[in-house]
Design a protein around this ligand. Sequence first.
Ligand SMILES: Cc1cc2nc3c(=O)[nH]c(=O)nc-3n(C[C@H](O)[C@H](O)[C@H](O)COP(=O)(O)OP(=O)(O)OC[C@H]3O[C@@H](n4cnc5c(N)ncnc54)[C@H](O)[C@@H]3O)c2cc1C
Ligand code: SF4
Ligand code: SF4
Length: 842
Amino acid sequence: MVKQKIVVIGNGMVGHHFLEQLANRPERELFDVLVFCAEPRPAYDRVHLSEYFGGRTADDLAMGKVEQYREWGYDLRLNDAAVSIDRENKIVTSASGASAAYDHLVLATGSYPFVPPIPGHKHDKCFVYRTIEDLDNIQAAAKDGKVGVVVGGGLLGLEAANALKQLGLEAHVVEFAPGLMSVQLDEGGSKLLREKIQALGVTVHTSTATELIEEVDGRRLRMNFKGDKSLDTDLIVFSAGIRPEDSLAKSAGIELGERGGIVVDNHCRTSDKNIYAIGECALFNNFIFGLVAPGYTMARTAVSLLCGEAAEFNGADMSTKLKLLGVEVGSIGDAHGRAEGSAAITFVDEQTGVYKRMITDREGKKLRGAVLVGDTGDYDTLLQYHLNDMDLPEHPEQLILPALDGAAPALGADALPDTATICSCHNVSKGDIVGAVQGGCCSLGEVKDCTKASTGCGGCAALLKNVVDTELAALGVEVNNDLCPHFPYTRQEIFHMVQVEEIKTFDELLHRHGTGKGCEICKPTAASIFASLWNEHIHNKPHVGLQDTNDTFMANMQKNGTYSVVPRIAGGEITPDKLIVLGQVAKKYDLYTKITGGQRIDLFGARLEELPEIWRELTDAGFETGHAYGKSLRTVKSCVGSTWCRFGVQDSVGMALTVENRYKGLRSPHKIKMAVSGCTRECAEAQSKDIGVIATENGWNLYVCGNGGMRPRHADLFATDLDDVTLIKYIDRVLMFYVRTADKLQRTSVWMENLEGGLDYLREVVIEDKLGICDELERQMGNVVGTYQCEWKTAINDPEMLKRFRQFVNTDEKDEKIVFVEERKQRRPATEEEIVKIAEPA
Ligand SMILES: Cc1cc2nc3c(=O)[nH]c(=O)nc-3n(C[C@H](O)[C@H](O)[C@H](O)COP(=O)(O)OP(=O)(O)OC[C@H]3O[C@@H](n4cnc5c(N)ncnc54)[C@H](O)[C@@H]3O)c2cc1C
Ligand code: SF4
Ligand code: SF4
């Protein structure tokens, strides 16, 4: 069979997506594929480029690896830009002199940053912000500098300003227009964003045009603005927009738009039918899409067409939700309300710094656009109304007003049309999911495998499950919530059986209710249930084989195979003596030391065989395990409260200690985090925790089921002005009810959202004792509290348990493959490149 030749020019995010999609198709075999990549490395995640300054390496950002391309059978030419296209003979020539014949050519050349032609812009302290090399250059220049300026107050400019701040510079943003992010935000949103960003220490200069950049003192740069003003700086980053990289297409005579961009039709074909253009170099309907998702859709369209399937690219929605310097910003559709007959509903809370504006049609029936600054919690729901052209509810303002009764008007699966996008990473619609279920997928896992939904960032997991369950129920299929193939029961049912029949071991459970030998799903789940109910040591003979890796070694394994040591520091309170011991232990074992967001000190880089000795020294000094490895209570964060703070109305540290010491041994379906604040200023951020407690003049307000992480959720106010005893009683009940009824690996937030009746039902169970189980819940919690033991303290005194901590069974040999290098005066895991370098003979 003669294979067709595909040449791809450009290996950025979109070029990579094209190659990945093609590799996963059976038609892959029909093609020989060659890729020209101008950069020295294969595609990397440009969207998260700024994280390079936060410690992510080029390796971490890599999307494609050389070995992966080899496995896919692609001929990847790194560091070799294509320089000409001979369309007549269908040959591409590269900078290195290589030539490649094609049947189909794919241009994925992306874009380049626009630098306004201000005199002086070519100075070697002027940079752009697009590639890893750009960031290396900025970092090097920032080393001896104090001030950095970004030219451009758009989305990328603000991200660059944040990066300069992270590099320790005094950051300024200079913007020609009167407001920030003027494409995405209206005047009100832009004004609030500016205030917030200024409050974070970035100086914003709007309506400011730079006329000249000159060198002063032989070292610094002076930016002279229109009028008399000027600003001295050590470096300048231009982020004033992008321009499509179309020079190659231009010289090959391919049609370009008036202001640049390779013109494509809705098959992503250029004026030459053998040449496709995808991503940021392509101009569709006179528009360049500066986001990655539309580029991905173009890539999939081109792959489908090459494989002989019908496919069309019909444009893309440009709505965005992001966090800039920690400020939440969202923009949907016609954010400025420019279309004829638009009407606006605006909510502004100056106290908390929240701005929300909906743009509707004149009748208030359809959502045309929205702007959200300071709180994007309503973004997903608003986006679905907009994208699916759905009728707004009778009182559309409720969609952005604070939900006073705690219930936000979110959209359920039934309300969504088939065209609704559920997973935007892989562009999977509700219709695709319904099709998969109707085509025979009977579980969430099968739908994921079949559609790829929720296998990207995972942010759509809850909505996907909702759609799958609803569809299965509509088909009359009983929703399969079986734990795994070995147990035809839900976690809740198994918990009940273990409790009622007083089952103490996995073998017994399997024998009575399961089949086969068990698996990595049912074993840890059963181990967690045994621990919640009977609280025996997780390394006791019958239990140890059930645990996952972290529980098996009572430590979290890190990326280089070493482990972390996390002692409990209840409420974040620690004596100087204990601090000294932590320092001594860290020094002795050369452990990387970090203060975490949960107010404790983590020690990283311990070898497996060192763990018992480290823990012996720590427990001798009075430390206990912090359970960082377990699905259990992690930390209880607290502010200093009334003891020190002049606003404090209750002793928040005392309460945090009580709570942490009470629940510290509790194993649960997922990790649990808590916090206690001494007044409504909320310095401990209790409303982002599973259990949050905030002091009032009369006692404590209890918040439940919040979380941070990938899908943050504000906790709900559960009860107000509680005394100490009632507070603890309610927390006992909520937690034990959660432990008994949640699915495996379900956080409290999702658990509560899935409870029929939600928060009101939870109140009925816990406060009104609707199910008559409160005494039992309290008794069970009492048992957990009463049988607490520090797992590490027990383990270091048990020779049998200690055996596990030798790297190689029956020897005391160490794993010499673990390599560290020094950074910022501490050691960290070496990267793959560093390991190779270290291994090379000098
Ligand atoms: C800092 C930053 C943050 C961003 N944040 C977001 C975000 O939050 N959300 C979002 O959706 N988008 C974001 N983007 C935009 C997103 O990164 C782009 O939409 C996406 O990278 C476009 O992919 P592409 O493959 O079309 O172009 P690129 O990623 O630019 O890749 C094009 C590649 O082609 C190469 N090339 C060019 N000419 C040639 C040639 N002649 N021969 C060989 N190779 C060539 C280039 O060197 C480059 O490697 C961000 C971009 C940056 C820089
Ligand atoms: S939450 Fe209140 S009591 Fe606690 S530190 Fe903040 S202001 Fe002080
Ligand atoms: S998993 Fe958590 S700790 Fe690890 S990189 Fe992500 S946010 Fe950081």
